[in-house]
Design a protein around this ligand. Sequence first.
Ligand code: MN
Length: 285
Amino acid sequence: MRLCRYDDNKLGLVEDDSIVDVSTVLARLSPARWPLPQGDLLFRELGMVLDAARTAAPNGKRIKLADARLMSPVANPSKVSAAPVNYLKHLEEAKNDPSTFHKHHLNKIQEVGLFLKSSSSVVGPSEGVRLRFPHRRNDHEIELAVIIGREADNVPAAKAFDYIAGYSIGLDMTVRGPEERSMRKSIDSYTVIGPYLVTPDEISDPSQLDLELLVNGEVRQKANTRDLVIGIADLIAWASSFYKLFPGDIILTGTPDGVGPVQPGDTITARIAEIGEMSVPILAA
Ligand code: MN
């Protein structure tokens, strides 16, 4: 199934090029009381949500996918974990770039580990990326985004796929410069998740997916997730060996080579096979 959040926080099922409004399902979520549990409330009850959405779909109003204002399928991730330099060609590219500030970050991923981005940086494709510091270099990074479906604490790699709610396309935007990576990548709107959540049953093999990013129609990044240095299951195992993952948490699996700058007025098109495509405007702050 393909689940989206769109317009004014409507919940939709994506069917081909249309969206069926299944927002009535939201009334069935458990009432929220302070203190809220960690993680996203919808993803905590995703099994119920998907069942109820299937039942509600025949009576739902339909609109064209292209006419929807697509938001991130996760409204409230407790955190965004991200893999640095998880494709070897991107590691070589960064090492050979004289403008790279943090050379010590360019060790093998097995040495540097994962990093965190602010959960407040997450937006959907229709919201666009707002360049907070347009005079500095702002780079695009396309990544397969893995969305966690249930609490994961010290999960072995062999069981990791049981903890996945689904997949989306992710953009891990970056402003270049001397600050810590977590600060430069945590700017509001610098994590784009979309166009919707695709449940694992719809993906034949997440470690064999073509991915591609274009800026204004020109191909900048083109790769396949088979070239991930640390695969999806090991990323979940590794992350959850340090901290608990909660429903709705996002893991950005790393970007391939071809990263490059964007300017206000540009449009990013990001595609991942078996997931879909999203178009993301680059805006001035
Ligand atoms: Mn990245």
